[in-house]
Each structure stands twice: as C-alpha cells, then as structure tokens.
Design a protein around this ligand. Structure first.
Ligand code: SAM
Ligand code: SF4
Ligand code: SF4
Length: 378
C-alpha cells in the first residue's frame, strides 16, 4: 500500500500576480489558450466552508475546529463576482457553476444567483446557471434558488445506505434528507438534476448497483466519479480508485447498458443509456455517466476556469497557484484592463495535468502545495 501523506498546513499561500497588459483589446467572445482550447465554463467557489467532512475532501484531521478558513473580508463580494463573471462571459463563457465548500452555506446566495442570471453571453443568451451541492440545505432552499434564476443543480450523494453515507460525510448526516432535497429540487423545476457519486474502493463500491437501481427511470442522471488525487490532505492512494471501466462492468452485471454519443464538447462524463427489452436505449429509463479523471484524461477539451472564494483564478484543478484577480479588482482597474488580464492569463494556459500525471515523479504528484477541492470546488 502506498504511503499516505496528510500535511497539516494551510494550502493557500502562493498567488500569482495577474498580468496587466499595456494594450487592452476588447473581448471578442473567442478566447483560446496555448493549446487552442476555448474558454466556455466558469466555476465559482463562493465559500471554503462546509457542514460535511467527506474523508476524500475535507478530512476531520485536517479541517478541524482550528482550521484557518478565510475571513469574510477576503471573500469576493457578490458585486465583485458578478463583475468578473460579466467579463468572463464577454470572453466566451456560456456556463457558470457555483460551488464551494458548500455553496448553500454562503449567506444570501439567492441574491448572487439573481445577479448572475441577469448577465448575458456574447450570443445574448442568459448563461447556463447551475450549482453543485451536498444537498443538505436543498429542501429548504430549492424553491428560492429557482425563483432567483438558478436553472439546474448537481447533488453529491455517495451512498444509499445510511451507515455508509454517514461514515463518508463524517458528520452523521442522513441519506433521507439529501433525498428530500433532491425531491424538492425536482418539484421546484431545477432540472435536469444530476447526482454525483465519488466511488472509493472498499468504502462505497457496494453502493454502485443500489444507487443505479434507485435513480434508474427517475429522470435523474447518476454519475460515477473516480476518486481523484486533488489537494494533498485526503491521503489519496491509487488502491482506493475504482476505475470507471470496473464500475461499468459491475453495472452491466445488473442492467443492460448501451453507449450514448458524447454531450457538449468539454463535457467530462462518458454517457451510457439503460436499454429496454429491444436492446436499444430507453429514454424513460435514463442514463448514467462516468467521470474518469484518473484513468482517462480529458484535458484535450478542458474549457474550464475556476475562480476561488478569494478571487484567485485557477487554470486547472491540479494547479498549485492561482492568479490574484481580487488585487486588480480592489486596485480599481477598469473593465478593459480586467478583461485584458483575463485574456493574457487564459491565452498562456497550457495545463494538462491528468494527461501527464503518469509521467510525473511521485513527489510532484503528491505536492503538498496543491489546492484543496473544498477551496476550489471541483
Ligand atoms: N459541497 C458541494 C458538494 O459536495 O457537492 C460542492 C463542492 S464539492 C468539492 C464538488 C464535488 O467534488 C462533489 O461532487 C464531490 O463529491 C467532489 N469531490 C471532492 N473531492 C473529490 C475527490 N478527491 N475525488 C473526486 N471527487 C471529489
Ligand atoms: Fe463538503 Fe462537498 Fe467537500 Fe463533501 S465534497 S466535504 S460536501 S465540499
Ligand atoms: Fe482540465 Fe486540469 Fe482536469 Fe486536465 S487535469 S481536465 S486541464 S482541470
């Protein structure tokens, strides 16, 4: 078994100064990185706090009572987030996902959603607006979120069995309340709903088939996510990754599945549909997705930028350092200057960690300075 590394220090030390190009060109909606990947998807982390302690994300030993969360003054305000989002949209972003930590813990999140929903893409359309949540506050908030302009939600749920789920969230949170949250989201029209299940070998892999059986035919898309080596506090080791191909094989022992064409470019999930008696995909039974970030790199189409709670722009989930956009915002730069800085940052992007992971020396792979999932939000 590989050695586990659980460093106890704060991960967020290093920031890069955002470039300030001398000449500012107006955004054209067509911005490409150094590997010719467009900018399409913006993930915004709105808090670094969470009410769960999932062992693969915020293990209690690291995220204890004394963990130094960001003080409120360090967080981007809703106005700052909205201003940046507007400029990202001008550069070609079409989809905005709010995340965290647990995004529903951010006070007045509905207000931010309303502000973001009022923005437009370069095509003049409202941005696709969605949110990833652990579901714990969804029952209470689903209706207000929908009213504010949220279109969809993705809910994380790792097991149907209460004992397994409570062990994984490590705060004793019951499955039933997440399921009630999902039902409330459905009733509020936050559709189509996706459910994300992180699969850890030996922890919840016995839940694969029960989860599939539960969501089959419900209109909800269940997606299986390979346990990733993000951050440095979860003590990740390869032995605990169950490759998607094996997850699919287990499902195929219970259900007939047929491959479906890929979704939009940059879509991370491989799609498989449940087949009806004629052997063809039966849309009424729905589909499942596999996100294979460990065994199958999808960097080639990666069009995602990530904005941290304190306004740092990360170009990859596995980046060590982000660009300090908050410093620019609070220095009073103009929209044109901010847009030019975003263009310069994205234009120089060449990250493709998942593709080169296997080639990296082990000490680089387990760098203690890598950002945490709870900080950047997945
Ligand atoms: N708290 C919210 C939630 O759990 O949905 C949003 C933030 S969470 C960091 C976003 C997603 O990242 C969740 O679906 C979670 O399961 C996933 N995640 C966290 N750590 C992970 C890891 N080590 N490997 C794979 N997925 C992970
Ligand atoms: Fe919280 Fe989500 Fe991380 Fe679990 S995965 S600890 S719910 S941020
Ligand atoms: Fe994108 Fe980085 Fe993940 Fe590759 S490793 S898909 S570049 S976030």
């Amino acid at each position: 078994m590989a050695e586990r590394v659980i460093p106890l220090h704060d991960q967020r030390i290093a920031a890069l100064a955002a470039p300030r190009p001398a000449v500012a060109q107006a955004p054209t909606g067509r911005l490409f990185d150094a590997l010719q990947r467009p900018l399409r998807d913006l993930r915004i982390s709105v808090t670094d706090r969470c009410n769960f302690r999932c062992s693969y994300c915020m293990p209690k030993e690291v995220f204890g009572k004394d963990y130094p969360y960001l003080p409120h003054a360090d967080l981007l305000t809703f106005e700052e987030i909205t201003r940046l989002a507007r400029l990202f949209l001008a550069h070609g972003v079409r989809k905005i996902r709010l995340t965290g930590g647990e995004p529903l813990l951010r006070k007045n999140i509905e207000q931010l959603i309303e502000m973001l929903a009022g923005l437009r893409t370069v095509e003049g359309e409202p941005p696709e607006l969605t949110l990833t949540t652990n579901g714990s506050l969804l029952k209470r908030k689903a209706h207000a979120l929908r009213q504010a302009g949220l279109q969809r939600v993705t809910v994380s749920l790792d097991a149907l069995d209460d004992a397994v789920f409570q062990r994984m969230n490590d705060v004793g949170f019951p499955v039933a309340e997440v399921l009630e949250g999902i039902a409330a989201a459905q009733a509020a029209g936050l559709q189509p709903i996706k459910v994300n299940m992180v699969v850890k070998r030996g922890t919840n892999d016995d839940q694969i088939v029960p989860m599939a059986r539960h969501f089959r035919g419900s209109g909800i898309v269940l997606r299986f996510i390979e346990y990733m080596d993000v951050g440095s506090s979860n003590g990740w080791c390869l032995d605990e990754v169950l490759p998607s191909a094996q997850v699919r094989a287990r499902l195929q022992e219970a259900f007939a599945l047929v491959p479906l064409p890929p979704g939009a470019p940059g879509e991370t999930a491989e799609r498989w549909g449940y087949a009806g008696p004629d052997g063809r995909h039966d849309p009424a039974l729905g589909e499942v997705g596999f996100i294979s970030s460990v065994t199958q790199a999808f960097c080639r189409d990666c069009n995602r930028a990530r904005l941290s709670t304190e306004g740092r722009l990360y170009l990859c989930l596995f980046a060590e350092r982000g660009y300090d956009l908050r410093a620019l915002l609070r220095a009073g730069v103009s929209d044109a200057e901010l847009a030019a800085s975003l263009a310069a940052i994205w234009g120089s992007r060449n990250d493709r960690y998942s593709e080169i992971r296997a080639l990296l020396p082990p000490q680089t792979r387990r760098s203690a300075r890598r950002i945490e999932m709870s900080y950047i939000g997945g």
